[in-house]
Design a protein around this ligand. Structure first.
Ligand code: AHR
Length: 493
């Protein structure tokens, strides 16, 4: 048995959780839209063709905001193709994923779906093949009440889209219309300026780096923010993590890589703020993050052109779910600067929700830590500094076997914790002395004798969370045992 300890104290305040930290992402990619959220003819489809079984799981996941329509897809997208009578919409070749795009779902359908499941739409504009004019027309279409060409074409109430991404991963050579930092920065600035002239209440996200390992990382953020500081509200971050070979120890410490990435972007943003004598702080929209086995995707790259191909439908294990839960701990730890985060993606494409055409929808193991964190991780984040055994990792150096964060809400404190040991349970001693009104605690965990266990269409509940024995809580000290390789939620009330 390993031993670890930490203190939870309301004075160790990081910041308030912005509920948009639990956002997600729907891209026109693979089966995320078609046969994911939308499948007319499916037994559960509503009158608009949306799968209500998927919608129920989206509600259960607790996602408050969903980014749309890409991703790489947006950089070749003509949003006008997806509006108006469906039988008149063109079928296009999508070059991002070399797929057939029928345009049967566009911004109108997405806005309707979002309203139905109770999520806020977050839109990206095409700064790959298009620019200012298409972007400002789209804001007019979505947000202006009426009386102009684009707003009248929409009909009905405006969608009130608040958050807008100025392109997607424009630093990536794979992006259609890839740009240098200064080419992108000028275009993003002028596009954002025009979009805000249409609707001054919108918030704008400038593209940061696609990953910490991008050769332009750091310099890209500096150049882009120097040019766009007055117009942007957020700089974006994207990161995907995977287990390489059998190096599970490094993978289990992926959150340390996310911490490092966030800290570096915050430092760069603060440098630009200082040099430019800006008063506002630039916050972060971590609008793509997840576990993604990109090494497997290499085999899928030689794509034949298909409609609704099965693309990057990663099947997640218990280990992947523990890492996803740990990445959420990292995001919470940075709640003072990370205001929006979007798990990429929502359905079928590297997603917590899977569906089968004409068949069921089910939860991947990662669904559970996401849903529970989104449900209970609200309030003030409290920093914890665990004293825990350390272990060596190839990718992340020496790291603690325990990672944890606490969130104080109106009825108590919720602790999210991960035991990264693959073999040993961990006895955790938590000092809660300054929170004397807390008298009872519950413990929910995700772990399994088989860390590679998965859920399937035929066995959709194989991996789920379970309630463990209530932790001991005595004289301001809480004691719990975290199973080996586990994600844990301890609620103290
Ligand atoms: O989420 C899948 C892809 O990953 C997105 O389209 C792109 O933005 C990122 O590279």
């Amino acid at each position: 048995m390993l031993n670890a300890s930490f203190t939870v104290d309301p004075s160790f305040r990081v910041g308030e959780v912005d509920p948009r930290l639990y956002g997600s992402f729907v891209e026109h990619m693979g089966r995320c839209v078609y046969t994911g959220i939308y499948e007319p003819g499916h037994p559960s489809a509503d009158a608009d063709g949306f799968r209500t079984d998927t919608a129920d799981l989206v509600r259960e996941l607790g996602v408050p905001i969903v980014r749309y329509p890409g991703g790489n897809f947006v950089s070749g997208y003509r949003w006008e193709d997806g509006i108006g009578p469906r039988d008149e919409r063109p079928t296009r070749l999508d070059l991002a994923w070399r797929s057939i795009e029928t345009n049967q779902v566009g911004v109108q359908e997405f806005a309707k779906w979002a309203a139905g499941v109770g999520v806020e739409p977050m839109m990206a504009v095409n700064l790959g093949t298009r620019g200012i004019d298409a972007a400002r027309s789209l804001v007019e279409f979505c947000n202006l009440p009426g009386g102009t060409y684009w707003s009248d074409l929409r009909g009905g109430d405006p969608y009130g889209v608040k958050v807008w991404c100025l392109g997607n991963e424009m630093d990536g050579p794979w992006q259609i219309g890839h740009k240098t930092a200064s080419e992108y920065a000028r275009l993003a600035h002028e596009t954002g300026k025009a979009m805000r002239l249409v609707d001054p209440t919108i918030e704008l996200v400038a593209c940061g780096s696609s990953h910490l390992s991008m050769p332009t990382f750091g310099e890209w953020e500096r150049t882009v923010l120097t040019e766009t500081y007055d117009v942007a509200d957020y700089i974006s971050m994207h990161a995907y993590y995977q287990q390489r070979g059998d190096d599970r120890d490094s993978f289990l410490a992926a959150a340390a890589g996310m911490d490092r990435f966030i800290d570096a972007v915050v430092s760069t943003a603060d440098h630009v703020r200082a040099v430019g004598r800006h008063s506002k702080k630039m916050n972060i929209s971590f609008d793509e993050w997840n576990v993604w086995y990109q090494s497997r995707f290499a085999g899928e790259r030689n794509l034949t052109i298909e409609e609704t191909p099965r693309l990057i439908e990663d099947v997640y294990s218990v280990t992947d779910a523990v890492v996803v839960g740990n990445l959420l701990i990292s995001l919470l730890r940075h709640a003072d600067r990370v205001k929006i985060a979007c798990l990429a993606q929502l359905v079928n494409v590297i997603a917590p929700i899977m569906t089968e055409p004409g068949g069921p929808a089910w939860r991947q193991p990662s669904f559970h830590p996401i849903a529970l964190t989104a449900k209970h991780g609200h309030g003030t984040v409290l920093r914890v500094e665990p004293t825990a055994p350390m272990y060596d990792t190839e990718e992340q150096g020496e790291q603690p076997l325990l990672d944890a964060v606490a969130v104080q809400g109106p009825s108590g404190v919720t602790i999210f914790a991960v035991n990264r040991s693959q073999t040993e349970p961990m006895a955790v001693d938590v000092d809660l002395r300054s929170l004397t009104s807390l008298t009872s605690a519950t413990h929910t965990a995700l772990s399994d004798d088989d860390p590679d266990a998965i859920n399937t269409m035929d066995e959709p509940e194989r991996v789920t969370t379970r309630r463990l024995d209530d932790p001991k809580l005595d004289g301001g000290r809480l004691q719990a045992v975290l199973p080996a390789l586990s994600w844990n939620m301890i609620q103290v009330s």
